[in-house]
Design a protein around this ligand. Structure first.
Ligand code: ATP
Ligand code: MG
Length: 446
């Protein structure tokens, strides 16, 4: 992409309404624009990052054997009356009447609709295990929408639902989600810690929230410092292997890590050595639940077991805050100049800055680098504007592309360009072809 043809409405001033850094940078970098309280338009660069995040979620769900579908945002109240949640949900639910006076609602989550799909089409244990998920907009009329995409009213969520013949199988699905989520967040450059949580209106016994540590997080968290060192990395995981998946979950949930809702000072002090006891704040980027037959029983979603018995299906639901993740990633990765995107989610792989637009040699070198990166399947952003170098650098720093190639007549005389890491600020001079090869190497396997 050439910046001269892109739509990147960068703001020079700090928007007064933004209280936290991610909100400020998303507005300043022209990623989002507020449409009304807690509701945003996603401008091209914001939308690009959102899609990268969606893509990672899809890939990791596929790896775990889960199937994507898409359900409507507007749902009939009747289904929600069957589960009893139409009355129970309260003011967070946006209720709508259609022209015939029928009660409709904008889905805040989708347990009822998915259970309805299940009961219409699945009847036998032979069709299980089954996990269906979607990435779809949700609406919750939050009392205090704030912090930009962090707490919106309309927000994008991945919501997945597992159907299993018994509790053991459903707990395997729970564990499988935990591991796939850990991998999902790691690919986004995040450390998200699973913490035992309260179940709230979804209901159920087993539930973990995934929290990204950040001073602006809304939850207070208590954890063993050692938990922040755990990494899944590239290890091979067979998601059908119950024992292996359970062992990984154990590894990630044995050390103490809880939110204020479940924190128990006595256990904390007993189990965590004093020097490793940490209190901080965290952003909830996901939550998994096992709730058994809470929806299947009232809604009559049953399966026939191997012995011919008809039983309510065991379920769980599992959510990732897809749009909130943009804010969480920026909270976890920025400096005073702007965003620092992790390679896994960056909107463009690399920036190209032409220090002297109009100089025949510099223009030609930039074009060649742009063409070479594109030919390798990479997606560079070439700042080809007729602007001062300082302005180009400021824009690149603000939008946070992890790598920048700077091209100028002086360097080209010596046959070199400059390759700079946004994270460390370190630069290196090298021939253009080598800079391109280096970028290609960095993104291999990401
Ligand atoms: P919270 O406690 O932050 O209100 P929740 O526990 O009600 O969230 P879940 O039902 O667990 O939310 O939804 C799954 C995920 O969706 C959450 O972990 C969070 O990342 C995201 N999410 C929930 N509410 C919002 C919101 N208002 N804006 C953006 N993302 C949200
Ligand atoms: Mg939650």
């Amino acid at each position: 992409m050439r910046l001269s043809r892109y739509f990147l409405p960068v703001l020079k001033e700090n928007p007064a309404e933004a209280q936290i850094v991610s909100h400020r940078y998303m507005l300043r970098a022209g990623m989002i624009k507020q449409a009304s309280a807690g509701i945003y338009s996603w401008l091209p660069m914001g939308y690009k990052v959102l899609r990268r995040i969606e893509q990672i979620v899809h890939e990791e769900q596929a790896r775990a054997g889960h199937l994507a579908l898409l359900m409507p945002t507007i749902q009939s109240a009747d289904l929600w009356r069957e589960s009893g949640r139409y009355d129970a949900y309260g003011e967070e639910m946006l209720r709508i009447k259609d022209r015939g006076g029928r009660d409709m609602l904008f889905s805040p989550t989708a347990e009822e609709l998915i259970t309805d799909i299940f009961r219409a089409h699945v009847g036998s244990y032979k069709d299980l295990p089954l996990t269906l998920y979607q990435i779809q907009w949700k609406f919750r009329d939050e009392t205090r929408p704030r912090f930009g995409v962090m707490r919106g009213r309309e927000f994008l969520m991945k919501d997945g639902y597992n159907f299993d013949v018994d509790k053991d199988a459903a707990l395997h699905a729970y564990n499988r989600h935990m591991v796939s989520y850990l991998r999902t967040y790691e690919r986004m450059g995040l450390t998200a810690i699973p913490m035992r949580a309260d179940s709230g209106p979804i209901g159920g016994d087993d539930t973990h929230e995934f929290l990204v540590l950040a001073s602006t997080g809304e939850s207070e968290v208590f954890y063993d410092e050692a938990v922040t060192q755990l990494k899944l990395g590239h290890r091979d995981i067979d998601y059908t292997d119950r024992a292996q998946v359970a062992a990984v979950c154990k590894e990630f949930t044995t050390l103490y890590a809880r939110t204020d809702e479940t924190h128990d000072p006595a256990i904390y002090e007993r189990d965590v050595p004093a020097e490793r006891r940490k209190v901080g704040r965290g952003i909830e980027v996901g939550q998994i639940f096992y709730f058994g037959t809470k929806y299947s029983e009232p809604m009559g979603a049953t399966v026939q077991t191997a012995s011919g018995e008809k039983v309510p299906v065991h379920m769980g639901s599992h959510g990732i805050g897809v749009s909130r993740l943009l804010g969480a990633i920026i909270e976890a990765s920025h400096d005073d100049k702007g965003i620092i995107w992790p390679e896994g989610v960056t909107p463009f792989h690399c920036g190209i800055v032409n220090l002297k637009q109009g100089d025949a040699e510099a223009d030609a070198a930039c074009e060649a680098i742009y063409a070479a990166l594109t030919a390798l399947g990479l997606d560079p952003l070439y700042d080809d504007r007729d602007a001062r170098a300082g302005e180009k650098f400021a824009t690149m720093d603000l939008i946070g592309l992890p790598w920048r190639i700077t091209v100028g007549p002086r360097g080209l005389k010596n046959g070199v360009v400059e390759l700079t890491s946004r994270r460390t600020g370190e630069s290196e001079e090298l021939p253009p072809e080598q800079a391109v090869a280096r970028i290609a190497e960095i993104y291999k396997g990401i």
